[in-house]
Design a protein. Structure first.
Length: 534
């Protein structure tokens, strides 16, 4: 077989045109499940329509192809040794002592030909196919294939060098025009893309174009080289089929999926503008231009987030059936798996989210409130759906999960401080020998001298206990600055000590047994100290 010219082989392999010499079928129509083709050396020689004993048509075809391959690989085999042997039940085509194919009356009847004529036709086709295969593997054919391969490689090297030189020049011109001729993309005074960014984008696109050009050249080069040898014919087509078959499938799927894409795009646009409208409504509610009875302003942001989530979730539910592969068992299995994984792995997170929503709408506390949650006391600095952050008086930030916050008792010192004032109280114990009216006056005087204590309502004193050795007095004061309660307590205790020391009254804490022989007071507060100094 003489090799075809270079361009003819290239066109024949890449375009994959049907073979002109492919054998025609001996019969016109037959059920696909009862017809088995005998394909050898790239050609369909004939078809089997009936079974032979226990051998189905497919098994008979495979057996014939195997015998022809062994015959073509045998260098001592003689192609002119094909003979036709007639018997009572079949006509056999033999190569020496080996029966290549047997034709029965049933096979001839299915083909609509006399048995002898059918055997003669099959023998001619087998001889032509064996001769073609033998010539393709001859030494002359192999040497010509090597020669054409060398020529193709030289041409490919020249072409690749020209391509690289062409693109190298393009890269150099783009780099040279980076800061001189490449204008920036602007919208009025806003620079959308700088000259450097545009140049980098063009360079990246040029590199992608070079890759595509090299890929196309390889697509032409490899089938051409593989076509020069009988053992590699069709290999390039198979290799590139692994790449281009999925790409073609994806392209066809995208084309068929375009209506769904438009539907999804419309749903996404409607969802987007719906959320923007809802955000505008809640923004106006937060500003106070729209008022709803029983709806507090601090509910605006969390309510908007919840409504937005519900709108997006509804949009996802509507879009889900239109996603690619949504109806496939694999997609549904992955969805169920992710749902179970999310539900099992996020149980605590979901409980925190629910607790965060409950805390928001119960208005247990707001930002900047002074609160005590469990054993933690401080100022609320952040509220989220998952956690609440508190900053203590020591400037320590403590993060508490909302589920723990909801399950704990919450003391809010700021909720009514502005309107009614926060009542702070402290307790002192004084012996029975000191008149209670004097104790009341001393405690109220200490309260009046303390800063950040409200004059209205005025401070007041309760006698909350008559114990064995002393009376328990409770001083109550009001303040509208709960975040300063630590400082207020400290200053109030200082003034209580000063007033009692000035009056010579001993605070009976800690406990004692018996009346002390000497009152332990600072010298400047002892009776007569002021007169002596005068």
């Amino acid at each position: 077989m003489k090799p075809a010219p270079l361009l003819a082989l290239l066109a024949g392999i890449v375009i994959a045109a049907p073979r002109a010499g492919q054998a025609q079928q001996d019969t016109t129509a037959a059920p696909a499940q009862t017809v088995a083709p005998v394909v050898f050396a790239g050609d369909t020689l004939f078809y089997f329509h009936t079974r032979l004993g226990s051998f189905l048509p497919q098994a008979r075809a495979q057996a014939v192809v195997g015998r022809l391959m062994k015959l073509s690989e045998n260098p001592l085999a003689r192609l002119d040794s094909l003979v036709i042997n007639e018997s009572e039940t079949s006509t056999d085509i033999l190569a020496g002592e080996v029966i290549i194919v047997s034709i029965t009356d049933a096979e001839a009847a299915a083909a609509g030909l006399p048995r002898a004529q059918m055997a003669q036709r099959y023998a001619q086709k087998i001889f032509a196919a064996l001769q073609k295969e033998t010539e393709s593997t001859s030494l002359k054919s192999i040497l010509l294939g090597v020669l054409f391969t060398v020529i193709a490689i030289v041409v490919a090297i020249i072409v690749f060098k020209l391509v690289n030189r062409l693109f190298a020049g393009a890269f150099s011109r783009l780099e040279a025009s980076r800061s001189t001729r490449m204008p920036a993309l602007k919208i009025q005074n806003l620079e959308v893309l700088s000259a450097d960014r545009i140049t980098d984008t063009l360079i990246a696109l040029t590199k992608a174009l070079r890759f595509i050009v090299v890929l196309v050249l390889l697509y032409f080069f490899l089938p051409l080289v593989f076509s020069f040898f009988p053992w590699t014919k069709g290999l390039a087509t198979t290799l590139f089929g692994y790449i281009f078959s999925p790409l073609r499938a994806v392209g066809r799927a995208l084309l068929s999926y375009l209506p769904n894409i438009f539907f999804i795009a419309i749903i996404a646009a409607v969802t987007h503008y719906t959320t923007k409208f809802i955000h505008w409504i809640f923004n106006e509610i937060g500003k106070g231009t729209i008022t709803l009875p029983g709806f507090y302003r601090e509910w605006t942001e969390p309510t908007f987030k919840i409504v937005r989530f519900l709108v997006i979730a509804f949009a996802v539910i509507v879009v889900f059936p239109y996603l690619p592969g949504a109806q496939s068992p694999a997609f549904q299995g992955v969805s169920v798996f992710l749902g179970i994984l999310f539900s099992l792995g996020s149980a605590s997170a979901i409980s925190n989210v629910v607790a965060g929503v409950v805390l928001t709408y119960t208005r247990a506390f707001n930002l900047r409130d002074r609160v005590k949650i469990g054993d933690t006391m401080g100022e609320v600095t952040e509220k989220t759906l998952l956690v609440t952050r508190i900053r203590t008086i020591k400037n320590t930030d403590i993060t508490i999960p909302n589920a723990m916050v909801l399950s704990s008792h919450i003391i809010n010192y700021s909720s009514s401080a502005k309107e009614h004032g926060l009542i702070l109280n402290t307790t002192v114990t004084i012996g029975y020998d000191t008149p209670w009216r004097q104790i009341h006056e001393l405690l109220l005087a200490a309260a009046r001298n303390t800063e950040n204590i409200l004059a209205a309502p005025p401070p007041f004193v309760y006698q909350i206990g008559l114990d064995d050795f002393y009376v328990r007095y409770e001083l109550n004061v009001c303040t509208d600055k709960p975040h300063l309660m630590g400082k207020i307590y400290s200053e109030l205790h200082q003034h209580i000590q000063d007033r009692f020391n000035e009056a010579g009254v001993q605070i009976m804490s800690p406990h004692y047994i018996g009346q002390p022989e000497q009152v332990i007071l600072p010298a400047e507060y002892l009776p007569g100290a002021k007169a002596a100094s005068a």
